[in-house]
Design a protein around this ligand. Sequence first.
Ligand SMILES: [Mn+2]
Length: 318
Amino acid sequence: MNYLKIIKKAKSIALFSHSSPDPDTVGSVVALYNALEKQGKIVDMFCEDNIPETYNFLTETKMYNEKEFNKDSYDLLIAVDVAGNNMLGKFQEDFDTHKNTLRIDHHIKGELEAKNNVVKIYSACAILIYETIKGLKVKIDTTISTPLYFALCGDTGLFRNNNTDSKTFKVASELLEFGADIRKVYTEFFDKKTVPYLKLTSNTLLNAEINDEFGFVVMTASAKDFEKFGVDSSESVGNLANTYLNCGYKISAVLKEKEDGIHGSFRSKFEYDCSEIARVFGGGGHKNASGFKIEKPLAEAVKDVQNAVIEYLKNYKG
Ligand SMILES: [Mn+2]
């Protein structure tokens, strides 16, 4: 059966975002939630992790996990932007055993198997959700176009990542025609900073260890730094690595000290594949943006990362 028919037939639907939620999974779910509500369906949203407060400009995000999840009260479960089998967390088992499940996703290598799967290689899952909502013949207003625009911005790095294609701009343009509040998306999310965060990140940039011989940079944000500047350790600092790439360095890393270990983020210039270095530490990701975890004291982790980057650059053949 066509997946749109499956959605049309269902009266009560649970929507799922992936764990460690990002703008694409949240914006896509919120847009679909608003579209299905307009069609008179009973809809609830769930996520293994709480949606960070920074997403509160989308007021619907407060409605995630409002109800105790009971799989028998839904005709249909939909996983949105969920590629991995472990990304539904505590809901995984119920999802796997429910009679009517649907995965709407844009990751080709995804391993999650729903009863029905709709996977298209788009820059963001938001594009597939946009097509789904149009297919359901829902009138698109700002409560749908704004979260979709937000999702599109997230997965394309504000229309700058390698995945940004003409279709991305075409959909963005259409979302604008449907009233997407793009100013809100920028000012209340992507550009928004707090003074403590600004001070923490300035400190991290200032104390960067720069290696001019090989052309890379390693930065740290210690647990003490987070405490000193009054920033919650759940705040992400990985994108700071881009700053030194803009100064001409090849590879840049930020190491963040958390209770369970050192969380690292790499960014690299186009020709360098930082996911290869992340894999040395059991991590991975994309060619120019990757992550890893090291369970060692911060100073030792810095040395290990510096050595791994030097090793990579020494062997780099271009
Ligand atoms: Mn996505």
